[in-house]
Design a binder for this molecule. Structure first.
Ligand SMILES: [Zn+2]
Length: 387
């Protein structure tokens, strides 16, 4: 195997295995030469990726995509770009799908690119003073991008801002921070990538005060049975699996309606894709199976779907999905949401996605991504949200 590709696999797994950087199918990586780009294909996880998980694209065709003017209609535009990206594959018979983020990897000039939704980075990126602190901590070392809907619009926004940055500083930044989303780190070697990430994370961590660890609590069989009983009473949950987690951080946010507000809305597109945008909080004094199931039903009537995340005071945070593995993924994602919220207090407090941005992801995801997430249930992969 080409040394560069084995390096790409190594760096992908390194971050892919660490939940502080990548959860489930989040994040993506690439390596490029002058003419070719190897980028993670949709539907693969970084944690156990092999050469087969990367799709190679002809950069001369990507250059044309970058110059082309696309239709303003969202649906049509996404279809056109998908087709153009498919046509850029060096092996057009390959079934692999490059995501639209491949264009972001293409316009970054460094050879290796590692995009993650790092928890610590997002503690800053999902805070009220994201921009101010990015400036203060990193100055011209980073390019800060205000939240933009993922897909073509985000790619175009970054392309434009990169150009302005390059004109001003004669060089591209190694770090691109995206509000309510994550970070793109690029360099010409994988050891440089690691150094840059270390620098980035340690600078932000220096500003995070207070406890950053948590204590795990045991789940009693009584509570487990109560949840099982309640879930079984709901018709729509019959084929589902659930997982409960209970620890000091969960407890912190379950204290009251006020504390729950700090995690009640999604921070990033990934949260919406995995956990949806509304979560049920039950704080009744007496919680029997009847109370819990009726609260779930009421939630469904109000919001339009059954909750995937339920927080029940004194019991814990429950993730419900179609398999235990997927329930674990959504629980990891929501736990990340809690950590982001907790740490963001050091940067002015949490900053959620706004209503329009949430709506965009809900619609967009329904059209393009949900299928991808659920059709993979027989394979090892669990969708890949934005990627
Ligand atoms: Zn992303």
């Amino acid at each position: 195997m080409d040394k560069n590709i084995s390096n790409l696999i190594e760096i992908s797994r390194f971050y892919g295995k660490n939940k502080e950087y990548v959860i489930a199918g989040g994040g993506n990586t690439s390596f490029k030469t002058r003419d070719k780009l190897w980028v993670k294909a949709s539907g693969f996880r970084l944690s156990d990726i092999t050469e087969k998980g990367f799709v190679s694209l002809d950069r001369n065709i990507l250059k044309k995509i970058s110059k082309k003017i696309y239709c303003n209609d969202l649906q049509k535009r996404e279809d056109e770009i998908r087709n153009d990206l498919a046509a850029s594959k060096t092996d057009t018979s390959s079934p692999l799908r490059p995501s639209v983020e491949a264009m972001l990897h293409h316009i970054i000039t460094n050879n290796f690119v590692v995009h993650t939704h790092s928890t610590v980075v997002n503690a800053l990126m999902c805070s009220r003073f994201a921009k101010k602190y990015s400036n203060k901590l990193f100055g011209n070392k980073v390019l800060y991008i205000p939240y933009t809907n993922p897909g073509y619009l985000l790619y175009k926004k970054i392309e434009k801002k990169l150009k302005i940055f390059e004109e001003k500083h004669n060089v591209q930044p190694n770090i691109i921070l995206i509000q309510n989303h994550g970070v793109f780190v690029s360099a010409n070697t994988i050891s440089e990538i690691k150094n840059i990430y270390e620098y980035l994370i340690s600078r932000i961590r220096e500003k995070i005060s207070g406890k950053t660890d948590h204590i795990e609590y045991d789940i009693s069989s009584e509570h487990l049975n109560l949840v099982l009983q309640s879930v079984n009473m709901i018709k729509g949950y019959r084929e589902s699996a659930f997982k409960i987690m209970h620890n000091s951080l969960v407890e912190h946010f379950m204290k009251s309606k006020e504390t729950f507000k700090q995690i009640a809305d999604p921070f990033t597109p990934d949260i919406i894709v995995y956990c949806k945008s509304k979560y049920l909080y039950i704080d009744d004094e007496q919680t029997g199976a009847d109370t819990i199931s009726s609260r779930i039903q009421a939630f469904k009537e109000k919001v339009g779907y059954l909750p995937k995340i339920i927080l029940i005071r004194e019991i814990g945070c429950i993730g419900i999905e179609s398999s235990t593995e997927k329930a674990g993924y959504i629980q990891d994602t929501f736990f990340d949401q809690m950590k982001i919220s907790y740490y963001s207090d050091n940067f002015g407090g949490p900053h959620f996605l706004n209503k329009d941005d949430i709506k965009f992801i809900e619609n967009w995801e329904a059209e393009h991504y949900r299928q991808n997430i659920f059709q993979d249930s027989n394979s090892n992969t669990y969708g890949d949200a934005m990627h």
